[in-house]
Write a protein that binds this ligand. Structure first.
Ligand code: HEM
Length: 281
């Protein structure tokens, strides 16, 4: 190993420089792979940050899916503290995800137009990892698999996620195991369908929240889910506003009506009864 003397000449406390192969950092992080995955489609210098922000968001989606799958498994095994740790980590990760809108939040139509046509029909709508997030939130839809029919691995992962219980399904099953009223038809629901709110479950959450002392653990679970719901709502709305600023009411590259379509998506709340129950506590 080579050492370089420090400025005082008192021997080396400097990092190692010499490695037999690639650096251990590279072996772990694969930074060389990661930093050579940027292939802009236009000559516009502003496209790079659009591409990298999208890639950064894909990485956050991946981490968040990992946390919610960890939490779902832990809930299934009645390990609530493990689930809570994963949910709380995901709240901070969602905050980081949402902050990554900043570089794109004030794009003008002329700036976006400089590379928009190069994107062709490419759209975030086709993000499979975002779709897995939505499936875990209960927003299931078999038609969302169609764009991925030519990508076997992606399609298989999404299909598996479609038929698995969402994070909220696991929460409701845990409440049922603890003797709280959860309708049997909700527990037996077709998991590949979008979750529909239930008045009985709204009452169950209202009951949990009405007695914080008795139900501390479940209130904390409800609040972690509410934090997630709020931050997902914020992501959708930040996306909506950035889109409105960048392209007004033009149609999307993915073929939708654009802002009008996103407005409809952004109006929904995930974990619906956790919001409506608040009127009855
Ligand atoms: C300012 C830049 C952006 C604009 C103008 C924009 C525009 C749009 C539009 C119009 C749609 C609707 C589908 C379509 O017709 O294309 C959409 C969907 C979507 N975009 Fe973006 N987008 C932007 C940035 C991003 C970024 C950085 C991401 C990160 C991955 C992203 C992820 C998504 C996702 C996941 C959807 C589907 C949403 C859903 O299914 O509810 N977008 N975008």
């Amino acid at each position: 190993m080579s050492t370089i003397p420090d400025a005082s000449g008192a021997g080396s406390v400097d990092p190692n420089l010499d490695f037999a192969g690639t650096t251990p950092y590279e072996d772990y992080v694969q930074a060389d792979v990661l930093t050579h995955l940027q292939h802009p489609l236009s000559d516009d210098p502003g496209e790079m940050v659009f591409l990298v922000t999208t890639q950064v968001m894909e990485l956050w989606f991946t981490v968040i899916v990992h946390e919610w799958e960890t939490a779902s498994r832990a809930l299934r095994e009645d390990r609530l503290p493990v689930a809570m740790d994963a949910l709380k980590r995901s709240v901070r990760e969602l905050e980081a995800l949402n902050h990554s809108w900043r570089p794109l939040s004030q794009l003008t139509p002329a700036q976006f137009n400089a590379y928009r046509s190069a994107l062709g029909e490419g759209s975030g709508f086709q993000s499979a990892m975002y779709r897995r997030m939505e499936f875990l939130l209960g927003e299931k839809s078999a038609s969302m698999l169609v764009p991925h029919k030519a990508a076997p691995r992606v399609h298989a992962e999404l299909e598996k996620a479609l038929y698995q219980p969402s994070l909220y399904d696991e929460v409701l099953r845990l409440l049922a195991r603890r003797g709280l009223p959860i309708p049997q038809d909700v527990l037996d629901r077709d998991l590949s369908q979008k979750y529909e709110p239930s008045p009985v479950i709204e009452e169950t959450w209202a009951g949990i929240y009405a007695d914080q002392d008795q139900n501390g653990e479940l209130v904390r679970l409800g609040e972690a889910l509410t934090d997630i719901g709020e931050l997902v709502w914020r992501w959708r709305n930040d996306h909506l506003v950035a889109t409105r600023r960048a392209m007004g009411s033009k149609t999307g590259t993915g073929g939708s009506a654009g802002v009008a379509w996103l407005e409809k998506r952004a109006r929904k709340n995930v974990f619906p009864e956790l919001w409506t129950a608040r009127s009855h506590v």
